[in-house]
Design a protein around this ligand. Structure first.
Ligand SMILES: Nc1nc2c(c(=O)[nH]1)N[C@H]1C(S)=C(S)[C@@H](COP(=O)(O)O)O[C@H]1N2
Ligand SMILES: [Mo]
Length: 202
């Protein structure tokens, strides 16, 4: 019998070594909570584009059909929200960000991801390339639901999930690492869950 009362614990992790997959201060959930700072935007696919911009000027842009024709990957990853839930083994399909960046030059050290509804988040390009990030449009074998960022969202699972911009419409190439939406409210500029980089200064 454990000396610690059961109620103290969050849901126990499944057997088979999941504990090593859960960053400090996180607990595993089987739910898929929705966290949105505003209403869910609904952009018709006919109007949807994904753009790479530099100083706001478009350098490259794909329509929905063009985006679907890009080579995609199916990945299973663990995701970690700064509000302390971790969801293990989530399955997504999307285009590697590296593929999207492969045609622009010069690539800057940083980008600002921008979304329908005005959300932004800053990221180093090194965290988006090398098989670490995708623009995902399927979740668990079906189209990504609007409340979870559909038609497409950024997926950067090795950073706290606020970096995975929902309803993403493009990346603005930046020389400087300037704060995005939550970063402006005091969240960490980088957001490594394994280092508990939740807030500025962590
Ligand atoms: N556009 C947009 N993207 C966003 C957010 C948001 O409010 N707007 N919230 C972020 C946060 S804090 C988290 S934890 C995840 C939540 O994604 P989910 O609602 O699919 O769980 O989306 C991130 N991406
Ligand atoms: Mo979050």
């Amino acid at each position: 019998m454990s000396p610690v009362s059961r109620g103290f614990h969050h849901r126990p992790s499944a057997p088979g070594g999941d504990a090593g997959r859960v960053p400090p201060g996180q607990h595993v959930t089987n739910d898929f909570p929705v966290l949105s700072a505003g209403p869910t935007p609904r952009t018709p696919l006919a109007d949807w584009t994904f753009s790479l911009t530099r100083g706001g000027a478009t350098e490259k842009s794909w329509t929905w059909a063009e985006f679907q024709a890009l080579p995609a990957e199916t990945v299973t990853v663990d995701i970690h929200c700064v509000t302390r839930w971790t969801k293990l083994g989530t399955r997504w399909r999307g285009v590697p960000v590296e593929t999207l960046l492969s045609d622009v030059a010069p690539v800057t050290p940083y980008v600002m991801a921008f979304s329908d509804g005005g959300y932004t988040t800053n990221l180093p390009v090194a965290d988006l390339t090398g098989g670490k990030a995708w623009v995902a449009y399927d979740f668990d074998g079906g189209p990504l639901a609007p409340e979870h960022g559909g038609p497409a969202r950024l997926l950067v699972p090795h950073l706290y999930f606020w970096k995975s911009a929902k309803w993403v419409r493009g990346l603005d190439l930046r020389d400087e690492n300037t704060p995005g939406f939550w970063e402006n409210y005091g969240y960490n500029l980088y957001g490594d869950p394994w280092k508990e980089q939740r807030y500025a200064g962590d």
